[in-house]
Design a protein around this ligand. Structure first.
Ligand code: FAD
Length: 411
């Protein structure tokens, strides 16, 4: 009889894990407390970014973050509150925001990301219903200061073997023919790709259905039965489910549920916003980041999505901060003068919680305490990018196989 695997969390990390485990012939069940039609894995910017090798915890981030905290339209914000979780997270972040950490993180993230891209290519060859495209990613800037930072980051990516082109203003104009770009130049990461996240989630669900994976939406996992160092059952609001293995993929909600699995995890949600203009005719053709405002721009089939801001907050903070959405809109109109985007209505503005660890690194590992528990959380702003590779690693770790890429940095 094949092993019963219970995956807690049906976001992109949970579903990719389910895919690779089911492919190995295991009996997989996914539990999610929502109806699995929305959440962080749906409204994100859809970028697959091997170029993003520098984790959020990096030198200079704390000083920059403090400066931004006094600007209500800024792209990064830590919501101040008296909370031991926030203090612990902040202290850990401070300890990781150094060059040594970045140097160790970069090759690990590159390898995970390139593996993911290969796996996305495989999916796309099978059925590209999710509009996977390889146009690279343009980092666009308007100031000499940011140009120097972007050139420096480009050099780091180049040293790691990634495709990088440094573009003048004229070269940007030649490449981006969809609309006028008012910039002084750009860095083009040619190894990057993008897709339509909602369509990819739909594709995954279809694949899982064909593989016979059981998916329980609207089913909240409340606890576990643990006997002799093993999780033997998953306790939900719909009853108890016997299990042989558990995968924790609960995104921003992980710390609380992890405690029930004897794991102490520091992780906070990084709230971000996006809005999508449907069937927009004149629009940028190349996925871009408008660097001074940290706004992501992604063409997705006939639509275009704009996303941005990172508010380190808590899971009950479901409000839409209109000032920050204004910051996104102002940045778009400043970089693309011909687009002149209007403020989206509140109900047209999507938000999602990025699961952020203080090291800026995902956690992909076997638990030290419960031998049948595998953890896959904390992918912050790179969860879509890293999901297929994470799913593959989860299946390899769970089955005790050697892993496709080293996992030492994902502890
Ligand atoms: C504005 C924005 C833009 C982004 N752009 C990009 C991008 O371009 N590229 C990229 O790579 N990443 C991007 N990201 C990040 C990416 O979206 C996330 O890293 C990714 O979606 C996280 O996936 P996840 O499966 O870990 O978490 P989630 O998608 O949050 O899934 C976790 C699931 O667990 C469920 N759950 C939690 N607790 C329980 C419980 N007790 N019982 C049952 N179910 C439970 C939740 O309901 C949820 O569905 C962006 C994020 C934002 C906000």
């Amino acid at each position: 009889m094949s092993k019963k695997v219970s995956i807690i969390g049906g976001g992109i990390i949970g579903l990719c894990s389910a895919y690779y485990l089911a492919k190995e012939g295991l009996e997989v069940t996914v539990f999610d407390k929502t109806d699995m039609t929305d959440g962080c894995s749906y409204g994100n910017a859809g970028m697959i970014v091997p170029s993003h090798v520098i984790p959020l915890a990096q030198p200079g981030m704390i000083a920059q973050g403090i400066k931004w905290m006094f600007n209500s339209q800024s792209p990064f914000y830590v919501k101040p509150r008296l909370s031991s979780d926030l203090l612990k997270w902040g202290w850990q972040f401070y300890k990781h925001a150094n060059q040594k950490h970045v140097e160790k993180a970069m090759p690990a993230l590159r390898d995970l990301s390139l593996l993911s891209k290969e796996l996305y290519q495989e999916f796309a060859r099978q059925d590209n219903s999710f509009f996977y495209e390889e146009k690279g990613l343009l980092m666009l800037f308007k100031t000499d200061k940011v140009a120097a930072e972007m050139h420096h980051e480009g050099k780091l990516a180049e040293d790691l073997g990634l495709g990088v082109r440094y573009l003048s203003k004229e070269e940007v104009t030649k490449l981006e023919t969809g609309t006028t770009t008012d910039v002084i130049g750009g860095v083009h990461y040619t190894s990057d790709a993008h897709l339509y996240p909602q369509k990819f989630m739909q594709f995954l669900k279809q694949e899982l259905a064909e593989l016979g994976v059981n998916i329980y939406g609207n089913t909240e996992v409340k606890g576990f039965t643990i006997q002799n160092g093993l999780v033997t059952a998953v306790e939900t609001n719909k009853g108890s489910f016997v299990t042989n293995e558990v995968v924790l993929a609960t995104g921003s909600w992980s710390p609380e549920i992890a405690k029930k699995l004897q794991e102490n995890i520091s992780l906070l949600p990084g709230k971000g916003y996006s809005f999508t203009l449907k069937n927009k005719k004149a629009k940028p053709n190349i996925p871009s980041i408008l660097c001074e405002g940290k706004v992501a721009v992604t063409p997705m089939a006939n639509d275009i999505r704009f996303g941005g801001t990172m508010e380190i907050t808590h899971n009950q903070d479901t409000s839409i901060n209109i000032n920050r959405v204004k910051g996104i809109v102002n940045t778009i109109n400043y970089f693309y003068p011909d687009l002149q985007i209007a403020m989206p209505k509140k109900e047209e503005t999507w938000f999602g919680f990025r699961p952020c660890t203080p090291s800026g690194m995902p956690i992909i590992k076997k638990s030290q305490k419960l031998s049948n528990l595998t953890i896959a959380i904390g992918h912050a702003m790179m969860g879509l990018s890293l999901a297929p590779a994470t799913g593959k690693l989860v299946s390899e770790l769970l089955l005790g196989k050697s892993t496709s890429v080293p996992t030492k940095m994902f502890q």
